[in-house]
Design a protein around this ligand. Structure first.
Ligand code: FE
Length: 279
């Protein structure tokens, strides 16, 4: 039997990766973020999941703009660390879970959710920036990356992301093998890294989003892309990726940890556990 043990929403800002790689996590500008994410890792160690399904977006490292999938599942058993233009980070490649990934693909397509299936997969900071907040290298946990297009219009709606999460949860529930699964959704929070509003961060909206995704996600599912971008800046549209994670969780949830630290981007982390699995 496969079970979803928890969900994590987390920012994937490249600055988090730089701070981690350079050992700056205890500096005053970073400590409030990194220190407060530690309870999430401790929780995960106790939970002992074996597979992490990560909804994220690729930043033109795996997919070129000429051929950009709306949804893509990584079915590779080795997820290579992408070179994002500065050389590969000094991180080991990430083990995939092809058996469960192909099961998810078959289930999604049979249920009218047509996805791109990737037999070769590289992952960029959408996966690797937050991964050290969740696990320690060399990675013991297997990862199934599910990329969501938030780069090239037309984008899937917030509701479509939610429904993708629901469909992935149904696929996991139908898996005949044993798995302890945690779902993550990465991106955001508020940020804009171009134009006259470069550096725009909206802590009020970020905190409202963190409230609502926990307690009333339907409000977020109903919002348009324009509303997200007006409130959080152009690139904050990544926040709809968290809705895929949240759509995969059901029942009453316990909040494990909530972190918010506004810098050049709104950095956030939220960990939730279905009460049914908390026993
Ligand atoms: Fe991003």
């Amino acid at each position: 039997m496969a079970q979803i043990l928890g969900g994590i929403g987390v920012t994937h800002s490249p600055s988090v990766a730089v701070a981690f790689d350079r050992g700056h996590t205890e500096r005053p500008e970073w400590a409030p973020f990194f220190e407060n994410t530690q309870p999430v890792k401790k929780w995960l160690t106790a939970l002992a999941p074996d597979t992490l399904v990560i909804f994220y977006n690729d930043h033109l490292n795996r997919f070129p703009l000429s051929t950009y999938p709306t949804f893509a599942v990584g079915c590779d058993d080795t997820l290579r660390v992408a070179d994002e233009g500065h050389g590969r980070r000094d991180l080991p490649d990430v083990p995939g879970d092809s058996e469960l990934a192909w099961h998810i693909c078959r289930h999604l397509v049979a249920n009218e959710f047509d996805i791109t299936m990737c037999q070769e997969m590289e992952v960029d900071h959408g996966v690797l920036s937050p991964l050290p907040l969740i696990a320690d290298p060399p990675w013991q946990i297997k990862v199934i990356p599910i990329a969501i297009n938030v780069i090239l219009h037309p984008l899937p709606t917030a509701r479509r992301c939610w429904r993708l999460g629901e469909a992935v949860a149904r696929a996991i529930a139908a898996f005949p093998g044993e798995r302890r699964v945690v779902i993550a959704g990465t991106g955001g929070l508020s940020h804009q890294l171009q134009g006259k509003d470069f550096g725009f961060v909206n802590p009020e909206w970020d905190n409202e989003f963190l409230d609502l995704i926990e307690s009333d996600p339907e409000q977020l599912v109903a919002l348009s892309h324009d509303t997200y971008m007006d409130r959080g800046g152009a690139e904050s549209i990544e926040m709809i990726i968290w809705l895929a994670m949240r759509g995969a969780l059901s029942g009453k949830l316990r909040r494990v940890q909530r972190v918010y630290w506004p810098r050049l981007t709104g950095l956030g982390m939220l960990a939730l556990q279905p009460e049914a699995t908390a026993a």
